[in-house]
Design a protein around this ligand. Structure first.
Ligand code: FES
Length: 401
């Protein structure tokens, strides 16, 4: 693996994000989490899936978004249109579709049998004549804003989103569309839950500082070298509006993989489509506000989406992406090896994420300290807190939430 000589990022380059201590309370306080529900998860664009999962008419996926107390039904209509709805029946608000996905022409409520088409329209009401003035045309599923970028589906639970997805992502939309991850159409997925606040979980993937201690055995040799003993990134980029961020990773140019890893790398490299210039030169982590990480690197594309369950519990969804189905058993092996290697690293993180949360919620300290290479954590904290403060101001001003 070739790599540019290591040039450290300086304090001056990141000081504009802030230099002082950051309060610990937002990382564990249930009252703060209640504000985050309203200020963030009910208002901003959230990545929930890939268009490939709902490619055919009638295909649907269901996504729980606990932080917004919502369940979202995303379905490809018979007309080919991709739509999102609240997964809630218009009769008496029972949750409509169980499970996490499938294919259906209609959705029938399990309670009294109201039936909806894949376009969300109410099609059938048992014993319709016993209702008073119910207009079926007005009783379709409640729509949710849906837009896509590079094949990634985003929804916004705000009834009237303040921004289009494109406005929300800004130049990050162009950057993601330039990556080969957008052409991926198959993936391996695993999820895990941790007893930790979502920001504690997300921050673990926003800094490399801990790698030397936590990941020394798994990716240490690949990441560290005498000229860069902590494996620090070489560049940080921040969106002008303060929402999104990215970092350019650095790898040990003299890393020698073991025989199995070398074999898997060789198989994936020779079986993959030609690598674009963008991908060949890019090994970046993109962090999209509020909760998704994209790793874009040659043959190593993955996403991690961090879903708050409550102030003290989080679900992580990891996806490792590939282009096209397995052409052979050896490619299947190589892809599984990559996925397992990614899982190994995340397993190493789990205990320390939970230990961090336990310490934070003890209230032993009122502030924490970020160094240069934890700047992404600091940037994320400010983005979250700015939303919370704006929401508090709205409440104080008497404007409806
Ligand atoms: Fe769905 Fe009654 S709540 S049919």
């Amino acid at each position: 693996m070739s790599a540019a000589p290591y040039v450290p990022v300086t304090k001056d380059e990141v000081a504009f994000v802030g230099t002082g201590p950051v309060p610990t309370r937002p990382y564990y306080d249930p009252a703060y989490f209640e504000l985050e529900r309203e200020a963030i998860f009910k208002r901003v664009w959230l990545h929930v899936g890939r268009v490939d999962e709902v490619d055919q008419p009638g295909q649907y996926i269901v996504r729980p978004i606990e932080a917004a107390r919502a369940s979202v039904l995303i379905v490809r209509g018979a007309d080919g249109e991709l739509r999102a709805f609240h997964n809630v029946c218009a009769h008496r608000s029972a949750q409509l579709v169980p499970g996490d996905g499938g294919t259906a022409r209609n959705f029938q409520c399990r309670y009294h049998g109201w039936t909806y088409g894949s376009d969300g329209r109410l099609r059938g009401v048992p014993d319709e004549g016993s209702f008073f003035d119910v207009d079926k045309a007005e009783c379709g599923l409640a729509p949710i804003a849906l837009e896509t970028c590079a094949g990634f589906i985003f929804v916004n639970l705000d009834r009237t989103p303040r921004h289009s997805l494109r406005e929300f992502l800004g130049v990050w939309a162009d950057r993601i569309e330039a990556l080969d991850i957008g052409a991926s159409d198959v993936f391996s997925e695993y999820t895990y839950e941790v007893e930790a606040n979502w920001k504690v979980t997300f921050d673990n993937f926003q800094e490399i500082y801990h790698g030397r201690i936590v990941h020394a055995k798994s990716i240490g040799a690949q990441t560290f070298a005498p000229e860069n003993p902590f494996g620090y990134p070489t560049k940080y980029s921040f969106a002008e509006d303060g929402l999104h961020r990215s970092k350019t990773l650095w790898f040990n140019p003299n890393y020698q993989p073991g025989p199995i890893e070398a074999l898997a790398s060789r198989i994936v490299a020779t079986s993959s489509p030609p690598v674009s210039d963008t991908m060949a030169s890019s090994t970046e982590h993109f962090y999209l506000f509020p909760n998704v990480t994209f790793l874009a690197a040659q043959n190593r594309c993955f996403t991690q989406t961090v879903w708050p369950i409550d102030a003290h519990h989080t679900r992580s969804v990891i996806r490792v992406y590939w282009e096209g189905p397995d052409p052979s058993a050896s490619v299947r092996f190589a892809r599984e090896f990559r996925t397992a290697a990614t899982l190994d690293v995340h397993c190493e993180d789990r205990d320390i994420i939970e230990a961090s949360h336990q310490g934070l919620r003890s209230g032993a300290f009122e502030s924490l300290h970020f160094q240069i290479h934890e700047v992404d954590c600091r940037h994320a904290y400010h983005a979250v807190d700015r939303h919370v403060e704006e929401y508090r101001s709205e409440l104080a001003g008497g404007r409806p939430a």
